[in-house]
Design a protein around this ligand. Structure first.
Ligand SMILES: O=C(O)CCC(=O)C(=O)O
Ligand SMILES: [Fe+2]
Length: 316
């Protein structure tokens, strides 16, 4: 019990300072991660014609554009609108549409890669269970009842037609061999995530953690997190077998800035480095009709609500 409360204290501290944490001992089986990661890599390695012809036409642009565009090459910083307006849809400054895999959209799966569907579904289910634990930790960390967020993300959350809108994005940042980025370009521009938590499996930790780079070796073109106190961007390579978790704007709104939705970006690898990057990005979204407003435990006379209540769906 004391240990569990300590985790909740650490959570509040990490997210109050950084909006980010690395989570180990998370219970997501190595093989679920390995399968999903390997299937994602195989998908991105498919020839473009296969991606196009295999996918249902109506949905194909979602998959195909991601494979086709150099989404790792975002526009130079000066020419980017920064930060993207909340609720603009172009929420995170990508050059290509993300590959969004809704759990129910079976038809989106390419026929030439039959393992992609079971692998993403298994991973999705395991990460969803991790999310439920994270929401319990979150509730306790801000003094709410442990089960508070179960109405949004718990096993029964769909009962009243209010099922969560969690999304798994398979992210591919292409090799930049032969097309070096210009000065100030980024693989992924500076942004905050706009929903609940994001549970990220980074390339640095591919294959269930068995390919983790030695401690202290910075990633070749990876996630960087802004230090809210200094404004500096710091590399955020995960320790072995860790998920990188960050809080999105809805968490910050719910907790009245007690837990932060912090700015992050993905840096380019050094010039001449041909490393591609594949990441598994799970975005936790409550049902779009959910009204998110300051929790009673996060406000008092000295700390009035800092954000107006917002409908979750209005932020996407
Ligand atoms: O690829 C990464 O490391 C970060 C991805 C990210 O920030 C996002 O998809 O919102
Ligand atoms: Fe992000």
């Amino acid at each position: 019990m004391e240990q569990a409360l300590d985790v909740c204290r650490q959570w509040r501290e990490a997210f109050g300072r950084w909006g980010f944490a690395h989570v180990v001992g998370h219970g997501v089986p190595d093989e679920h991660i390995e399968e999903c990661y390997a299937a994602a890599e195989r998908f991105f390695a498919l020839p473009m014609e296969d991606k196009l012809s295999d996918c249902v036409r109506a949905a194909a642009h979602q998959w195909a554009r991601d494979g086709a565009t150099a989404r790792g090459i975002t526009r130079p910083r000066d020419s980017r609108p920064s930060p993207p307006p909340k609720g603009s849809g172009a929420a995170d400054g990508h050059s290509g549409a993300p590959a969004r895999v809704h759990h129910s959209d079976a038809d989106l799966f390419p026929r030439s890669l039959p393992e992609l569907k079971p692998a993403t579904h298994r991973y999705f289910g395991s990460v969803q269970r991790l999310l439920q634990a994270i929401m319990e930790i979150t509730a306790v960390s801000v003094g709410m009842p442990r089960s508070y967020f179960a109405r949004f993300w718990g096993a029964d959350a769909g009962a009243g037609g209010t099922s969560p809108h969690n999304i798994l994005r398979l992210a591919h940042y292409r090799s930049q061999a032969g097309m070096p980025p210009r000065a100030n370009q980024l693989r992924y521009g500076e942004h905050t995530d706009f929903q609940g938590y994001t549970l990220l499996w980074q390339d640095h930790n591919a294959n269930g953690g068995s390919q983790t780079a030695p401690d202290g070796v910075p990633p070749k073109g990876g996630l960087q997190v802004r230090d809210p106190q200094t404004g500096a961007f710091l590399d955020a390579p995960p320790p072995p077998k860790a998920f990188t978790v960050n809080a999105g704007d809805l968490i910050q709104c719910w907790t009245n800035d007690v837990l932060l939705s912090n700015t992050h970006r993905v840096a380019n690898p050094p010039a001449g480095d041909g490393t591609a990057r594949v990441c598994l990005v799970f975005f936790a979204g409550p049902h779009p009709d959910t009204i998110v407003e300051c929790l009673p435990t996060c406000t008092d006379r000295e700390r009035p609500p800092r954000h107006a209540p917002v409908k979750a769906g209005a932020t996407t």
